[in-house]
Design a protein. Structure first.
Lengths: 394, 351
């Protein structure tokens, strides 16, 4: 007690006493003081500004809670004062690692309200770019996974091979990070010459990269001991917390919007598989994502072979006015289900946009999953849940 | 009495000169070479070029980095225990420099020649725990505290397999003197076959592996880098250090890696002897003088080899969790090294 008296000021001492009262249950058996550890907002593991308040007993977590909002940029509100074509610029920046995938559901929602549909060629190219941004996103996850566990080599491999994908996206759209390429009724441009052959070569490289990561990380005994059986989220809990994407599939729920939800996109024209894992632990989540990257390369390969010819833009007016109505469209984004609820009053811009981003729901399971684990496992569980800060705070 | 520039130098002065000369002549160039070598090596592993700007091919990177750190502000947190905080990095570095004192580089190229050299080396190496614990506690930072406590638990746990692995060597050599261990390895024979000499990596392979794992933990390198654990504890016990004091920790880290590599090559790779050739010398005193020049070169080569392995493991494996690490030490390494001691003793008596 003498140490805390010396170190803390009056105001803090009150807070300290309050926290001591909360610890009373803990301290019945052993006279140990709990410790509150603020992980973040500035912390190497949160890759952004997520703050996790963890109450520790030694190295064991008594409870932990993510505190988000440090990067709130108000995109829902900003969208209300933008015209429809301008909103894609905003939503690009939600999940900044797979930004093209953010544009698609919004555009689809606007198209649904306007009752237009993109021509088949545009749908195909959209799907290809969507899967490319998935690869760009998840390949960084696979590299980052190592860093969170102390192996720094995989991240360099990930950045190296992600670069090829970014080059492709840049080649097609002109923007590496924020393409802003999707238009209501189609796409801004057609594919450049030679892009298809190049993409095929890159997909081969990406499959090699997946094999490398599997060798380097997934086969590693230390990696397995750090992830297997850690942070288990059972099926019912995953459903209750509204997890989506790979996190849900890793808990054994066979659910993929790309397959289950008919949209004017080209996923049903390719032959691919939805991977699930029965375990629901950190390893399962990582493994499902690895398999998804492989599937994505396959989807891209197949769709490249079957791109139909034709226009890339449907007949839409120069000045876009969306008729009155409400629409909800969600797609299977790299991080999980991402949806836009667009309310239109027949004006140039949306009246209200509600963005359902995957990471916000995925991170909400953290207090449940983090109870009773050790401090190092906080990091691995959060890493395997895989969130992008922009996607949490929007 | 030795005279330097016509000034009589007392014995303690000679020792001091030897140590200072050794640091300047051996440790600094060796440190620079090893540092650049390791940085380049790890960069190539990670498919990048590494330092390229400072000096030709990035060879002066260490100088550049020291210069950079020296310019930085020396920050001491307000609530830190300032005296202990300042002392901690020095303690860590001193333990490294005390360690180098017993490493023999040639028949006469040594700083001190203890009868109980290896015993001293292991004792001194555990001094660094003290420095790390001091740093962790004095920083008044929760991450530092966790890091310091982890380090203390880890270093103490891995001290034991390390000592037990060395006991095998000591039994086989019949001496604790590092110089004698080198001679015993180079002039020895394996089961009567003396074409190779007997570098103990061949007969004490289990001990070698245990020792390598233990020094990996002792150096707090991945997969045993929980005390630093940059993704969890920011930088562990070093979190609050900046500028010059961080530099000392940083040098300490690489220097300790180098010194432990030297120690490993003395214990298991035949030290300063030319591999698989001893030229029929009978003991240390009859070794030809040119070994004093060749010895350090051979030692540094072997040290780079060992440091390469240490860094290779470091840059390719994820880290353990604290409890897994302790379990590994107590349930795997210690029984294995005890078994190794038993086997060595039996062979020693029987042969």
């Amino acid at each position: 007690m003498s140490l805390t008296d010396r170190v803390l000021g009056d105001r803090q001492r009150l807070a300290y006493i309050a926290s001591q009262a909360a610890d009373a249950r803990l301290n019945v058996e052993l006279e140990t003081e709990g410790m509150t550890l603020n992980i973040g907002p500035q912390h190497p593991a949160t890759h952004g500004t997520l703050r996790i308040i963890a109450r520790l007993d030694g190295e064991q977590v008594v409870w932990a809670e993510p505190s988000c909002g440090y990067m709130h940029r108000g995109y829902e509100k900003l969208a209300e004062v933008r015209t429809y074509p301008q909103v894609t610029t905003l939503v690009n920046r939600i999940d900044w690692l797979g930004s093209f995938a953010n544009e698609v559901p919004f555009i689809l929602a606007a198209e649904k309200l306007m009752e237009v549909e993109a021509p088949p060629r545009a749908q195909h190219i959209r799907t290809i770019l969507f899967e490319l941004s998935r690869i760009a996103n998840v390949s960084l996850f696979l590299g980052d996974l190592g860093v969170q566990m102390g192996a720094i080599t995989p991240v360099f491999f990930a950045f190296r091979d992600r670069e090829y994908v970014l080059n492709l996206i840049e080649g097609a759209t002109g923007g590496r990070f924020h393409p802003n390429f999707d238009r209501i009724g189609g796409l801004k441009d057609d594919l450049p010459k030679g892009w298809i052959a190049e993409t095929k070569a890159v997909m081969k490289k990406l499959r090699t990269f997946c094999d490398q990561i599997e060798d380097l990380l997934f086969g590693n005994e230390i990696f397995q001991s750090r992830t297997r059986g850690i942070g288990v989220i059972p099926k019912d809990i995953a459903l209750q917390f509204g997890l989506s994407g790979a996190n849900l599939r890793a808990s054994g729920v066979d659910w993929d919007l790309r397959r289950d939800h008919p949209l004017p996109m080209a996923w049903n024209k390719a032959d691919w598989k939805v991977w699930t894992h029965p375990d629901g632990d950190s390893f399962a989540r990582c493994w499902v994502r690895l398999q998804e990257t492989r599937e994505a390369t396959k989807i891209v390969d197949q769709l490249l072979d079957t791109i139909p010819s034709g226009p890339i833009m449907a007949k839409v007016p120069k000045i876009i006015k969306v008729p009155e109505g409400e629409a909800w469209v969600s797609t299977e984004n790299p991080l999980g289900e991402m949806g836009y609820y667009v309310v239109s009053r027949g004006e140039l811009g949306p009246f209200r946009v509600k963005i359902r981003s995957a990471s916000f729901n995925n991170i909400s399971v953290a207090p449940w999953a983090l109870r009773g684990v050790y401090v190092p496992d906080i990091i691995t569980i959060l890493a395997s849940l895989y969130f992008i800060l922009g996607d949490i705070d929007r | 009495m030795m005279s330097v520039l016509a000034v009589e130098v007392p014995y303690w002065g000679q020792s001091l000169l030897r140590v200072l000369g050794g640091i300047v002549a051996v440790l600094l160039p060796a440190g620079t070479i090893v540092y650049v070598f390791l940085f380049k090596m790890m960069s190539f592993m990670q498919s990048r070029l590494g330092p390229m700007e400072a000096g030709p091919y990035g060879s002066l990177q260490l100088v550049a980095e020291v210069g950079k750190w020296l310019q930085k502000e020396d920050i001491i947190p307000e609530r830190a225990d300032a005296r202990i905080f300042k002392m901690a990095p020095v303690v860590v570095l001193v333990s490294t420099f005390l360690l180098i004192a017993v490493v023999p580089f040639g028949p006469d190229a040594w700083f001190t020649n203890f009868e109980v050299g290896i015993f001293y080396a292991l004792a001194v190496s555990s001094l660094s725990v003290l420095g790390i614990l001091m740093a962790g506690w004095a920083s008044a930072n929760k991450y530092s505290l966790l890091g310091g406590l982890r380090a203390a638990g880890q270093l103490i746990a891995y001290e034991l397999p390390m000592v037990l692995a060395v006991i095998g060597v000591v039994i086989q050599a019949g001496t604790m003197n590092l110089q004698q261990i080198v001679v015993a390895q180079n002039s020895g024979s394996i089961f009567g076959f003396d074409g190779l000499g007997n570098p103990y990596i061949l007969t004490q392979f289990v001990g070698f592996v245990v020792f390598m794992i233990a020094i990996q933990a002792e150096l707090t390198q991945a997969p045993f880098d929980m005390p630093i654990a940059e993704s969890e504890l920011v930088s562990g016990y070093m979190t609050e250090y900046s500028g010059f004091r961080f530099l000392i920790f940083f040098i300490g880290e690489f220097a300790t890696a180098g010194v432990f590599s030297l120690l490993t090559s003395v214990l298991f790779l035949g030290g300063w002897g030319v591999p698989f050739a001893w030229f029929g010398w009978s003991d240390v005193d009859s070794v030809a003088n040119w070994m004093n020049v060749a010895g350090p070169i051979i030692m540094i080569t072997k040290m780079m080899l060992i440091a390469f392995i240490i860094m290779w493991v470091r840059f390719s494996s994820p880290r353990f969790r604290e409890d897994q690490l302790q379990r590994f030490a107590w349930k795997v390494l210690i029984p294995v090294s005890l078994g190794n001691i038993a086997l060595t003793s039996i062979f020693k008596v029987v042969m």
